[in-house]
Design a protein around this ligand. Structure first.
Ligand code: HEM
Length: 147
């Protein structure tokens, strides 16, 4: 997949994840699935843990997409330093964010951790947004000026 579409899909999936996270928080569903990494129902979804299970599945998908975008930006010959930096920072933030998600559950929704989870999520979104904008700029560079 071209890097700009990979980055765009990553941003859309990440936005959906943050939306689901906000819903979990506002609806008080944060501890419906009290275990980590899997819910008591295991890998498969169950009605009881559905929203939390979805948040984790979409988080795993987001992690994979963010890392794939970083790899794509590193191997792309036309990619400049800026996109390499933003996509690498996004990878650092996504790994931090998934670790924080586990801690949020382990420490039973400690308020500071939930706030940090939101804060890192915003930083992650900012990096993915910048990566997407830079990726679309690469695709608009005329072929002759790339040589
Ligand atoms: C890329 C990964 C992730 C992102 C971007 C993300 C984002 C978010 C966001 C934006 C919220 C709403 C926070 C708020 O409104 O204060 C949230 C809530 C939450 N997230 Fe994540 N999340 C990620 C991964 C995870 C993982 C792996 C877990 C592990 C189980 C997790 C567990 C939770 C929980 C339990 C809440 C609800 C907290 C509460 O009840 O207040 N998150 N997430």
């Amino acid at each position: 997949m071209a890097i700009q579409y990979l980055a765009l899909v990553t941003m859309i999936v990440l936005y959906s994840l943050m939306f689901i996270g906000g819903y979990i928080s506002a609806a008080g569903l944060g501890l419906t699935c009290p275990e980590w990494p899997l819910c008591p129902s295991g890998v498969l979804p169950s009605e009881e843990y559905f929203i939390e299970w979805t948040h984790r599945l979409v988080a795993a998908t987001t992690g994979t997409l963010v890392i794939a975008t970083m790899v794509a930006s590193i191997i792309n010959k036309n990619a400049d330093l800026k996109i390499k930096i933003t996509s690498s920072l996004a990878t650092v933030f996504v790994i931090t964010q998934i670790t924080l998600g586990a801690l949020v559950i382990d420490l039973k929704l400690h308020a500071v951790l939930v706030a940090v989870h939101l804060g890192v999520g915003i930083l992650l979104f900012a990096m993915v947004l910048l990566t997407t904008l830079f990726a679309f700029r690469i695709s608009r560079v005329p072929v002759e000026s790339r040589v």
